[in-house]
Design a protein around this ligand. Sequence first.
Ligand code: GRF
Length: 214
Amino acid sequence: MKHLKIVALASGSGSNLQSIIDAIEKKQLNAEISLVVSSKRKAGVIARAEKYNIPVIVVERRIYKDNIRGFSAKIAQVISDFSPDLILLCGFLSFLSEEFCQLYENRIFNIHPSLLPAFGGQGAYGIRVHRMALKAGVKVSGCTVMFVDAGQDTGPIIVQKCVPVLEDDTEESLAQRVMTAEYQAYPEAVRLFGQGRLSISNNTVKISQRKDED
Ligand code: GRF
C-alpha cells in the first residue's frame, strides 16, 4: 500500500477521524493525517487532532454565509501546501463547490450514516438521518463511504455496511449501532484507495483483486 497523505475536513467530534488514526497506529493503514481543517472554532475534533500533534487550521463556515465557492476556495488554499493524496470529510457540515470537487476529483471521500441513496441529500445529517430511517420503518440501516462529487450525497459508492434496525430502537440507539459500522467502513475504504484498487465507471466503483504485497 502506497503511503497516503490525508487531509481531514471536520465540523464535529471527529470520532470517524479517530477510527482512521487508530488504523494508522495499528499499522492497518500506511498513511498520515497531515492536516485537519475545522469549519467550527469550538469543534471537538480540534482537541482530538492536537492530542496526536496533527496541525489544525480553522476555516469558519459561518463567516462565508451562502458563499460556498469562497469557503471552498479558502479551504483549497490552506490545504494546497500539504499536497494531499486523499481528502476525508469526517462529519463536515458543508457542501463544497464544483471547482473544489473538480480540483480533487476522485480524491475526496465522505461517510454518511445511512445506506445511500436512502436518507441522503439536503437536510439529511446527524440524528435526522436516523429519524428518517425509523419513520420509513426500514429493517436494516447502515453507513456509506462514497466519493464526493458536486451533488449532495450522489458520488460513487465505495463501501457500505449494514446494521439491523430493532423494534425498540430510538434515534440514539440506532445512531450508535450505525456509528460502530462507520468505524469499520471508513478505514476499509481508505485502505482500498491506498492499495490502488478503486476505479470508477458509470458512477459505479469497481474494486480490483488484492495484490500480494498489500
Ligand atoms: C458521522 O455519523 C458521519 O457519518 C457523518 O457525520 C458524523 C460525524 O461524526 N457524516 P464524528 O464527528 O466523526 O463523530
